[in-house]
Design a protein around this ligand. Sequence first.
Ligand SMILES: [Ca+2]
Ligand SMILES: [Ca+2]
Length: 168
Amino acid sequence: MMVSKRFIFGLIILHLMMGRTGGNEICKASGSGRRWACPPPWIQWGGKCYRAVMEHLTWLQAKDECINFGSVLVVPQSQKETDFLIRLVPPWFWINCNDLEEEGTWKCWDGTDEVEFRNWATGEPNDKRGTEDCAQVLSGGKWNDNLCDKQLPAICKGETSLRDSCAY
Ligand SMILES: [Ca+2]
Ligand SMILES: [Ca+2]
């Protein structure tokens, strides 16, 4: 009985060591320009890296936080991407759309590229009390305009060449 327990323990340790090595190799690979992996805590989807920001931030803070990570605040560009994103940060999070420049003219940006995809919930954007100028995803993936000063989690999106977490 003792022997088999030791054997199992040994297997677990071996498995953990292999996992550790695997992680380092992913970092090495992305560092050497082989674009196929996202370093933790980034998660790869559709050739890009995504990272949940669980801290509740204002829309502008969320945008800045993503830039600090060398990435951009996400804007969903399809229902498929939405389905992926809502599993990362349930239930509400900021996206990179606003009508700050001109009321009622919504602009969504994937970095510097303008995005056409829209997924507003029924009756939104409603600019409630004339103060809602930033867009969030609601549970279920539909969009709502909300106060830019409201504090919500966010999701950042970056390139697979990201390697900021590999310095361990
Ligand atoms: Ca508005
Ligand atoms: Ca609204």
